[in-house]
Design a binder for this molecule. Structure first.
Ligand code: ZN
Length: 444
């Protein structure tokens, strides 16, 4: 979607994601799409192996049965095949056609079942009769199939042969991360979840975006470090938080749960539980002055892993910048969240917007005016602009005066940008110049 009204300064700093990178993002997503993933198992391993080509991931293994807060790591789930056949031997449903056909974490089963016995094990979407729903049962042992409601209505035989060749056994849950250090110890967290099977926008678009963010951010100068985190949703974030309880509270400057960024819908920013943290305000500042169609959504305790990061014991400043929000669009958790639902253009634009937001956060310095007693004399430091139109010179002087006045160690650049109603990017270079003259000192 094209921006409507773009602030000139944002246009000048906006990273341009070229066609090659857009292709690469889409191709990576298409390569990962067919894999049957889950919280654990071979699909998770294979996914992280492929991602390791893009980003130097460290793998961390946590065994079945390990306790983390109120949770326990489940058994590892693997599956090789699953099908339903009718009395004539025709295959009605086959896992090989679409991995959504099996309830994720189904226990193994085989045998003949009457249609009435089978029905409670079949999940469909009557309101979307052509689509296969995505259903999981991680913590309650059962088996089941998912199919198009249209096909379900056509079941006529008295009995059916069912087989799910799966296993549930002690194993490991894997979390992967990578770090890019900054100048200070504080980090920005980019968290995504890789546990969904063939789902393009929910889950995979975030995984691909985070991998490509790593590649872009590795080339940039960084005030804050970055932590790139790949987890199975919910349990993975809980395990991570239980392992890094104190350090994450000490080191986290801001964070995002990255998901639902591949469809061409307008942007939706789900605020952190704080609602007014720098992460929330910098994101809104970029969306507003970047001219992108967007909506700001106050935090609610549903959704993805922000539920864990923003649980009251942690209350971390973690938001989620998405396009079409999970749970709100009809393709959500169905076979229609597929490679036709995501586009190269949307993935590329989401990468650009994330880079803008992250650069805004990196540039959102907290400064102290080293000369706070009356105004410093600008002319003797060469701070009166000599070039440009009168208007441009006046604006530059205004920016310097606002920054010098409010840099009292309590107002960061985002506070000043909001007071002036300007893009934070219009202040970042000015603050840097003032720092070079010794009039400002960055303290946060
Ligand atoms: Zn989901």
């Amino acid at each position: 979607m094209k921006p409507k009204k773009v602030d000139a300064i944002i246009q000048s700093v906006s990273p341009k994601v070229n066609q090659k990178r857009r292709h690469e993002m889409f191709n990576l997503l298409a390569e990962l799409f067919p894999i049957c993933r889950s919280l654990t198992g071979e699909g998770a391993r294979k996914t992280l192996e492929i991602l390791s080509r893009e980003i130097p991931l460290q793998m961390h293994f946590f065994p079945t049965g390990m306790r983390c807060f109120d949770w326990e790591i489940p058994e590892e789930w693997n599956i090789t095949s699953a099908f339903i056949k009718d009395q004539s031997g025709n295959t009605i449903v086959d896992f090989a056609d679409n991995n959504l056909h099996v309830v994720n974490y189904s226990e193994p089963i085989s045998g003949w079942f009457s249609l009435d016995e089978l029905k409670p094990h079949i999940f469909t979407l009557p309101e979307r009769p052509q689509s296969i729903p995505y259903v999981t049962s991680y913590y309650h042992r059962q088996w089941g199939f998912c199919m198009a409601h249209r096909d379900f209505l056509a079941l006529r035989d008295e009995k059916y042969y069912v087989k799910i060749d799966s296993s549930l056994s002690p194993g490991n849950l894997i979390i992967a991360d990578a770090v890019l250090p900054g100048m200070v110890e504080k980090e920005i967290l980019l968290s995504c979840y890789f546990c969904h099977p063939s789902m393009a926008n929910d889950s995979l678009s975030g995984v691909v975006l985070v991998a490509h963010l790593y590649q872009e951010l590795a080339r940039q100068e960084r005030y804050y470090g970055y932590r790139f985190l790949f987890v199975p949703e919910t349990i993975g974030a809980i395990v991570y938080l239980s392992q890094h309880k104190d350090s994450i509270r000490r080191h986290l400057h801001a964070g995002f749960v990255v998901t639902c960024v591949g469809d061409p819908g307008p942007f939706n920013y789900k605020q952190s539980r704080h609602g007014h943290h720098a992460v929330d305000r910098a994101t809104e500042n970029v969306l507003k002055f970047g001219g992108f169609p967007y909506r700001i959504r106050p935090f609610w305790p549903g959704g993805s892993d922000e539920r864990q990061y923003c649980s009251p014991g942690f209350n971390l400043p973690v938001g989620s910048l998405m396009r079409s929000i999970y749970g709100e669009h009809p393709e959500y958790h169905t076979s229609d969240d597929n490679l036709n639902f995501v586009t190269e253009e949307a993935l590329g634009e989401s990468l650009e917007v994330y880079l803008l937001v992250l650069n805004a956060l990196q540039g959102n310095g907290l400064y102290r005016n080293t000369n706070p007693y009356c105004e410093p004399q600008m002319s003797k430091r060469g701070l009166y602009p000599k070039w440009g139109t009168q208007k441009a010179r006046d604006e530059e002087i205004q920016r310097r005066m606002w920054i010098l006045n409010y840099s009292d160690g309590e107002h960061a650049l985002i506070d000043i940008a909001e007071k002036m109603n300007v893009s934070i990017f219009s202040l970042i270079d000015t603050a840097r110049e003032l720092q070079e003259t010794g009039l400002l000192k960055r303290i946060g």
